[in-house]
Write a protein that binds this ligand. Structure first.
Ligand SMILES: CC(C)(COP(=O)(O)OP(=O)(O)OC[C@H]1O[C@@H](n2cnc3c(N)ncnc32)[C@H](O)[C@@H]1OP(=O)(O)O)[C@@H](O)C(=O)NCCC(=O)NCCS
Length: 141
């Protein structure tokens, strides 16, 4: 089956959100709302991608940067399409796009109990930073 990798647009949101919802290992929050993704894509143009097969999205990756480091979020491949190199090629496309705008290091968050996700990233050569702890606080609107 022929698949195509292309830039993500906001019109993809509904399909992508459904994919995220069925993807174990991802925990969706308000940050994944349509408005939040619209803001993200506007701030980070040409960095997020989807894989499409016969007009249907089968995989997606959000990618952005803060001016110094890149970040990949919510990588998901439909269960029926896993272990075919689709996740790896999406990640490669994101990293290529980051390199093209002068970003030389990329980070990502994985839920601590997502063992399959962690194994995937390690297989791709990503290093688990055990010396780092992530801290967060909601901001008042
Ligand atoms: C993790 C995920 C994105 C992998 O996508 P995929 O398309 O199946 O991965 P690929 O086929 O591109 O695999 C790339 C490499 O990783 C390996 N790999 C894939 N899934 C793996 C797993 N669960 N455990 C160990 N290795 C794995 C593949 O064997 C392949 O190795 P190779 O390059 O030596 O052949 C997919 O399983 C998924 O959507 N999971 C649910 C959501 C999630 O956990 N996302 C990541 C959290 S941020």
């Amino acid at each position: 089956m022929r698949t195509e990798l292309r830039e993500m647009t906001l019109e993809d949101y509904q399909e992508i959100y459904a994919l995220w919802q069925e993807s174990e290992g991802l925990k969706l929050t308000d940050d994944d709302s349509r408005e939040s993704i619209r803001h993200f894509l506007e701030r980070n143009p040409h960095l997020s991608f989807v894989t499409v097969e016969n007009g249907k999205i089968v995989a997606a990756a959000l990618c952005g940067h803060d001016g110094r480091h890149g970040y990949i979020h919510n990588l998901a491949v439909r269960k029926s399409h896993r272990k075919q190199g689709i996740g790896k090629s999406l990640v490669g496309r994101c990293m290529f796009a980051l390199t093209g705008i002068g970003i030389s290091r990329c980070h990502l968050y994985v839920e601590g109990d997502n063992q399959a996700g962690i194994a995937f990233w390690k297989q791709l050569g990503w290093e688990q930073r055990v010396e780092l702890i992530t801290m967060s606080q909601p901001l008042r609107q």
